[in-house]
Write a protein that binds this ligand. Structure first.
Ligand code: N7H
Length: 438
């Protein structure tokens, strides 16, 4: 069994609060910062066991993770055995399909961010109090480089991301943690797929102190919501006995692999089924395989390019249990007017994914699956939500259930635009105590 007192809370279950702040910092004076990391940050880090017990949950939860340059600033230069982490995300941007760094938040374009503090609470006021307290304690040992405030969407949209789709339904269950309570259809993965040094972590040459830490991939993914909605209105899937409006909803659902309610299109191919979407015993219980259909060619129920099928191909791959991530993202709305000198409200997903190997997890999903026109079958096109060909036109097949060869064309990086991010390592609490703060 896992030592849940030692594993940061966001990794396996997510802090799941209505408000979250990502506070990116740079270490200015490591000999000043290290004792404060031990005395002012470590005691406030929320562990997995604290998250599991409501009576032990603090008002504001805190987690921390360091970039490769951050570990270096702390004098820790040992390799963690992950080349993507070691190089940082800026160096990796072309491999991820980003057209360049023009759209990147300037603070992400480089390697100056040493770490991220993740604050989560019920209100932004609580978070502001916690930030104020921590900033006072840390003084000039660090400086804030950038921050992004994120929040669950209001009212009936809670749990839904900005395009309106219910998110956070499908995360894998972990052996030694919650695999016994896995829901039907939920992937059951080794703890080492997410945590370093645990069974199933194939990484080599990890130092002992890295055990029970996890790589945190952060991406600020801007969503163009009116443009997405207009595209659906302009391109309804006609026929199938549907109205134009229903045809637009169907296109969105087929791009995503789920309806807005969360109902999988593999089980509800033509119309949303909100009861199915809300039922945890049924809403993940599908594989894309059907006895009467040919798995290798049929797209009548779900396109091969649909976001959920690209990022977890289920039966198409015999359920790949290595390329799996634990997602803990949350929507954001940011008002960067001062920086932009113009009216600009930006919304999107503060994407957070944990894994023990970035190259097998997030990076593989983005580069080898979502961005490939030939995955999971030749010529199917990229993932219409997150697939990117460095800004080039994207031609996608399979959206029309009755004519799989029909294509839709998305120009450029249409509805989701990468504003960059960084690769981090979220260490165990004991690693902070015995290695990083001494
Ligand atoms: Fe995706 N969305 O909110 O619309 N995603 N995602 N994602 N995603 C999923 O099944 C979305 C992104 C995965 O197990 C759902 O929980 C958006 C990246 C994986 O069947 C919805 C963005 C990567 C799954 C979204 C975005 C992934 C998944 C269905 C960008 C990795 C589970 C809800 C702005 C490279 C698949 C659910 C499974 C599901 C949304 C990004 C990965 C609604 C808007 C970058 C593994």
């Amino acid at each position: 069994n896992l030592n849940l007192d030692d594993i940061q809370g966001d990794i396996l279950i997510g802090m799941k609060k209505n408000q979250e702040l990502f506070y990116f910092f740079s270490i200015l004076d490591s000999s000043d910062f290290k004792p404060k990391l031990a005395s002012d940050i470590l005691p406030n880090i929320t562990s997995t066991s604290q998250l599991l017990d409501v009576s032990k949950q603090p008002v504001t939860m805190l987690n921390i993770a360091f970039s490769a340059t951050g570990l270096s600033a702390l004098g820790v230069d040992e390799s963690l055995g992950d080349s993507a982490f070691a190089g940082g995300q800026f160096k990796d941007l072309r491999s991820l399909g980003d057209p360049g760094s023009d759209n990147w938040v300037p603070d992400f374009a480089g390697t100056d961010i040493h770490g991220v503090l993740l604050f989560a609470s019920d209100s932004q006021d609580n978070i502001n109090d916690a930030v104020f307290e921590l900033e006072s304690a840390l003084g000039g040992s660090i400086k804030k480089v950038y921050s992004l405030a994120a929040a669950a969407r209001p009212g009936s949209q809670a749990g839904h991301e900005h395009f309106g789709f219910l998110d956070g339904i499908s995360n894998p269950a972990v052996e030694g943690f919650n695999a016994d309570q896995a829901m039907p259809g939920q992937a059951r993965i080794s703890s080492g797929t997410i945590l370093l040094g645990e069974t199933g972590d194939f990484g080599r040459g990890r130092p002992a102190w890295a055990k029970d830490g996890s790589f945190l991939v952060f991406r600020q993914l801007k969503q163009l919501v009116p443009e997405f909605n207009k595209f659906l209105v302009d391109n309804p899937i006609v026929g199938n006995g549907l109205t134009r409006e229903e045809g637009s909803e169907l296109l969105g659902a087929r791009m995503m692999g789920r309806w807005k309610s969360g109902a999988p299109i593999d089980l509800a191919p033509l119309r949303d089924d909100p009861e199915l979407g809300a039922d945890p015993l049924r809403n993940n219980n599908f594989t894309y395989a059907h006895a009467d259909l040919d798995l290798s060619t049929d797209q009548s129920r779900c396109p091969f390019s649909a976001h959920t099928r690209k990022t977890r191909p289920r039966a198409d791959q015999g359920e790949n249990l290595v390329t799996q991530i634990m997602r803990a993202g949350i929507p954001y709305v940011s008002d960067d007017e001062a920086a932009a000198n113009t009216t600009s409200t930006e919304r999107g997903l503060a994407f957070v994914a944990y894994q023990s190997n970035i190259g097998n997890g997030f990076r593989f999903m983005q580069q080898t699956w979502a961005n490939s026109i030939n995955f999971v079958n030749p010529g199917v096109g990229v993932d219409p939500i997150i697939g990117s060909l460095a800004g080039a036109e994207r031609v996608i097949k399979g959206m029309d259930p009755s004519n799989a060869n029909q294509t839709i064309t998305l120009t450029g990086n249409n509805f989701v635009i990468s504003r960059g991010g960084e690769y981090f390592f979220a260490p165990s609490l004991s690693a902070i105590a015995s290695k990083l703060s001494v």
